[in-house]
Every structure is written in structure tokens, then in C-alpha cells.
Ligand binder design. Sequence first.
Ligand code: FES
Ligand SMILES: [Fe+2]
Length: 434
Amino acid sequence: MITEEENRLICEVEGPAPMGQLMRRHWIPALMSEEIETDGKPVRVRLFGEDLVAFRDSNGDVGLIDEFCPHRGPSLYFGRNENCGLRCLYHGWKFDKDGNITEMPSEPPESQMKERIKIKAYSTHEAGGFVWAWMGPADEMPAFQAPPFAPDADTKVSITKIKIPCNWSQIQEGQIDSAHSSTLHSSDMVPARVESAGASNTHWTRPSTDKSPRIFTQRTPYGFRYVAVRRPIKNARTSDYLRITVYVAPFISLIPPNDSYNVCSINVPVDDNNTWFYFVAWGDENCIDADEWRAFNHAVVGKDLNADYSTKRTLENDFMQDRDAMAAGNFTGVPGIPNQDIMMWVSMGAWPERQEDHLGASDLAVVEFRKLMVEAVKAFKDGSQPAIGTTQSGIPHRDIRSWQGIVTKDADWTQFGVGDREAEALGHAKTEAS
Ligand code: FES
Ligand SMILES: [Fe+2]
């Protein structure tokens, strides 16, 4: 049972809040690389309650700086991005990607003022289709490591980006809640007599009709893995259908793959009440293209989303839920897997009142998330442990995988989906799927 104070520890991410500070000990996906062009328009980026602007300078390098000019405070979003810096329109002060002031035309040439002032600037790194930012203490910045969804430079990564008006944590809980997928997404994740999960342009298939999976969890140095065990359509007497999801704390989840691509989600707090949600398909050249992926998710900017990635479907317009479609057989009346989730997450309120929940057997991974993160944030706050996921575990993120498949009933689920180094770190030998 979670207390109100523990709930706040999970939810609060702004300023000195320990969960936000814990997250800042990780490289943060700040925006998609495709959002900024060399010498092009800057982009507003709000993270952990801080208003920033990102721009790509004349060298192609990314700056991520305070949105507001340190002179008198107007927004640099309206500034000129030229000759390796972003220039404030008001009096022309110019800032480079590292936060230095390179020009101050409103001051006399002999003025030393520009050497004395800097604008807040965060270090950035580009990988896997994202601009990542280091927002923790400068002297604690670790080397960047390849994320699980972009293990190699040539991994194909297709990203759906959505700004969601609720706390990061109920979105995170949705990512590790296998049971809901058989109900909420039942019109898009369709049971079929297949050997393994599949994907088409319109829906996913899975080899089970079972809506009440049995859940088992396993802690790992980076977070936890869990399995949802379902009755398969075929050979139910001798086999189980396993869907193994991985939580890479604090904000990455690896959802079980299908036969065409892997799936991952990332939740980055905009502030206490809003979240950047990234739904990522990744894999080899067979992975779905970004345009198709966004269309599949009904999350296309200009059509389903506004220019700032907020959804046109909102609580105020009932998420444009189509009751006629529901009567005709569609389960939710809302198209697109993320839109169905968003209707649930946002309708909980900005933060869930977790003390009021009535949790059952299918919520075991959600319970594990709450326990793990309350422990982690308390230990980080009192200084007894470093931020979860930041210690050397011997398990590179690029090796971490989710998994799904049909196995014999006597199989040990913890063996599936783990690479050699992870098997070694977790203390068991890996066996191949039967
Ligand atoms: S307010 Fe920005 S240069 Fe004066
Ligand atoms: Fe979902």
C-alpha cells in the first residue's frame, strides 16, 4: 500500500524534487533530431519544469539553452539562428551552443560584460533519432551509452512523439501493465491462430485470447523484467504464451516485439503535470517507416496532433470517442493504440490517487514498479544509494531485450530474452527458446 507521501515522491519531478533529480542522473531524450535543422527555426523544449530552446547551429551542433534572454527576458524562440549562435531579437545579444555570449551589440566595444554573463546551457549528444541532454551535475556526466532501442548506429528507429497532459508515472505504469492490452487494445491487438505476435498496417495479432495473464517479476540492476503468461490458442494444454516486458529505470520500457519490429516507450517529464511520450519502433531494414508508424498510431502532426505534439483529442472533447463505432464492435471508439491509452491516463487526473487503487493479481508489475521506485527515490534522497540504473552492472543497455513467444509449460521464463552478459550478471546460464 502506497502512502500519499510516497505517491508524491514518485510524481514530483520539478526543481529539487528527488525523482526529477534522480532522472537527471541519466542522459535525457530532450527532442527528436529531426525537429531542428542547421540554422533553422529553434524549438521550445520544456523539461522538468524548465523552459529551454533547442537549435542546430551552422556546424550542425545542437544547443539546448534557457528559453529566456538573460538581458531583459524575452524568448529566444523568436531569435535568429545564424553564424553559429542564436541571437535575441531585442538588442542582438548572441549565444553559442555552450551558453557563451559571443556578441553584445548594445554595449560599447570595450565592455567586459559579455565575459561575465552566461546563459544556462546543457550538454547534448545525438543517437537513435534523439537529441539527449545531460541535465545533472556537470562533474557527474557519464559517457553516453547506446540505448536499448538503438544498439547500433545503423539501427532503424521510427519515433511517434506525443505530449500528454498528465504525470509521467501513470504513463509508465501503462507500459508495464500487460493485462490492459487484452482489453483496452482488443480491437488493435487481435487474437489469431498464429505462432507468434505479428504486425500489419492496421493492427497487431497475438496467439492468445487470454485476458487475465499471470504475472511474475524479476529485479535486475537496471530495473526489472516481468512476464505475462497467457493461455495460447493452440496447444494450450502443453504450452504457455509468454510476453516479457523490461523496465529500464527510470523512463524506458521495452514492450514485447512482433515479427516485424521491436517496440519501446520513453516517458520524459515536461513538468509535474505533462509528459513527452515517445513510442518507438526499431529494428533492421524491415522495421516500419516513421510515417507509417505515426499513421498506425493515429499520431500524425497536423492531422491527429497539433504542432506542439499535443493531441487534438482531449478530455474536453471526450477524446472524440465514437459511440456508433463502439456499438458496431470497436471496443473503445477511439482509433490508435496510444490514443486509447491517453484516454485512460489523462482521465485519471494529472496525478493518480494511488492510495485509492484496488490492485489485483494482474497488477503485480505495477506494484513492483511502485515498490522499486519508492525504494530507489528514498535511497537517492538520503544519499545511501546512487540513482537507480547508474551503477556499473555489466549489462550494457544495448544488450537489453524484451521477448515474446510460445514455450512449453515447464520452461523457466527468466531464461528468455536475456543476452549472454545479462545472463551472467543475473547469475544464470542462457538457454535457447524451444
Ligand atoms: S533582451 Fe535580449 S538582447 Fe536585450
Ligand atoms: Fe496500452
